[in-house]
Write a new protein. Structure first.
Length: 253
């Protein structure tokens, strides 16, 4: 990794170069929405009428969400959505990001009801990977530890109430540092684990690959990825995740 990729923000999280395009995208979106809002404000003042005020409010709301997302990705802040350690989410975190969250909620709704992909797959004996579940009764049998990687969703109440629930939020398409991964993985048991993000693909792949390497189930990153894809074929280890893992576990290439 380059010196720039190794930069650490004030909260201790790495600013990883491959995710900067997301920060840039939301920055441009914020500017565009602000320009639209200014135009609507001007039209509302000149011509009057609520016909301009309603879209103006919506535009400003979307601009605020885009600005917050830009800031979250700039600092790689996994707590930007207000996710709490107990898996709940503060109300203002939800309200602030509603324009971003609505499409995610709709996507999650259709994924859980229309996809043919299993909700979860067994990676190793009594170690499962999958998507966010709607109730604790849908957890794989024997899973007493639940690792929740989703930063943008609160965990289901029946699941976060379990004594084995653990929150380790990661922004979508982002990473966490080697130190954070190692410290958290050290707290996990050998068996009875369910690991999930939103869909059980990107962040689940990144975290579980680190888990396999940390625990010695895989000797190389390529071997870890092969095990993950064999268990859950649609899982995707992103380029940013691979690059990060390569730097974290350079002795296991």
């Amino acid at each position: 990794m380059t010196e720039e990729q190794n930069q650490t923000n004030k909260s201790g999280n790495q600013c990883f170069e491959p995710t900067r395009h997301i920060y840039t995208r939301y920055s441009y979106l914020f500017l565009a929405l602000m320009l639209i809002s200014i135009f609507l404000i001007q039209r509302g003042v000149v011509k009057g009428g609520f016909i301009y005020y309603i879209p103006m409010i919506i535009s400003l709301w979307c601009a605020a969400a885009a600005g917050l997302l830009s800031s979250a990705y700039q600092t790689n802040d996994p707590l930007a959505f207000g996710k709490q350690e107990n898996g709940s989410q503060v109300w203002y975190g939800i309200i602030s990001f509603v324009p971003y969250l609505i499409p995610l909620w709709i996507r999650q709704f259709f994924i859980t009801r229309c996809t043919k992909e299993p909700a979860y797959n067994e990676l190793l004996p009594s170690i499962y990977i999958g998507r966010r579940l709607s109730h604790a009764r849908k957890l794989p049998e024997g899973c007493t530890t639940i690792v929740d990687l989703a930063a943008e969703f609160p965990e289901t109440k029946s699941i976060r109430s379990l004594p084995g629930y653990k929150s380790f939020p990661i922004l979508e398409a982002s990473i966490r540092s080697k130190e954070e991964l190692s410290e958290f993985i050290a707290t996990l048991p050998e068996r009875g684990i369910y690991i999930h993000c939103g869909q059980g693909h990107g962040r689940t792949g990144f975290f579980t690959a680190a888990f396999l390497l940390e625990r010695g189930y895989a000797k190389t990153i390529e071997e870890a990825e092969a095990m993950l894809v064999a268990a859950r074929p649609r899982l995707k280890l992103r380029k940013s995740g691979k690059t990060a893992l390569s730097s974290y576990y350079s002795d296991k290439k």
